[in-house]
Each structure stands twice: as C-alpha cells, then as structure tokens.
Design a protein around this ligand. Structure first.
Ligand SMILES: [Zn+2]
Length: 114
C-alpha cells in the first residue's frame, strides 16, 4: 500500500519549494515521485496547434516522495504515514494522532464517482 495517494494534501520538506503545500495530482510509483499542483512548477513553451493558441504554460514537475510529507486531515500537522490493518483491510494512519488519514479523501472519491 502506498503512503501517498492522489488527492492527499502534502507539504514540501526540502528544495526550492520548501514549505509549500499542494494537492497530489498523480503518483508516479515507478519513479518514486508525485505531481503536485502548484509545486515545483516550470514553464513550458507550447507551439500553436490549430485552434489552440501557443504560448507559455506552467506545469508541475514530479517531486520525490521522500521530499514531501503528508498533512494529516485530522491534526493538520505534517506527519509520517503508518499502515495498519483493521477489519476492513489496510488503512493509512497518522503517526502523530493515530487517526485514519484517508477519511476525508474517501468522501471526496464518492462525489467524484460518475
Ligand atoms: Zn494526525
């Protein structure tokens, strides 16, 4: 089970964006990194294509999972994530408050379901 998942709110712990927070857009498991909106952005030049106008857009670059920490939705602190088993299977818990860190995310997922 992964410790960082899509829609998690995380904080950057090292690098030029240290201290910034953002929401995980995508986890790149094989690269051990994640795309986070608003973090580690770079400018990319886009060539004009048909109706689409060219120009410069901001895109996030993947950041190493080891450089970010989860912000616990229960205690609002950056924390390491623990994995625990319960009757429903495995859950991710906050190492600080010991609560399930996925509760809020599960609600979001239900809304997204089409
Ligand atoms: Zn917590």
């Amino acid at each position: 089970m992964q410790k960082i998942l899509k829609n998690d709110e995380v904080k950057v712990m090292v690098g030029k964006d240290k201290g910034k927070t953002g929401v995980v857009e995508k986890v790149l498991i094989d690269r051990g990194s994640a795309l986070i909106i608003g973090v580690n952005m770079y400018k990319r030049h886009i060539r004009r294509m048909g109706e689409m106008e060219g120009g410069i857009i901001d895109l996030p670059k993947p950041i190493k999972l080891s450089n970010i920490q989860l912000i616990c939705p229960n205690c609002n602190k950056t924390t390491r994530v623990g994995i625990e088993s319960n009757k429903d299977g495995k859950i991710r818990i906050c190492k600080k408050c010991k609560k399930d860190v996925s509760i809020k995310k599960t609600e979001n997922k239900k809304k997204e379901t089409k």
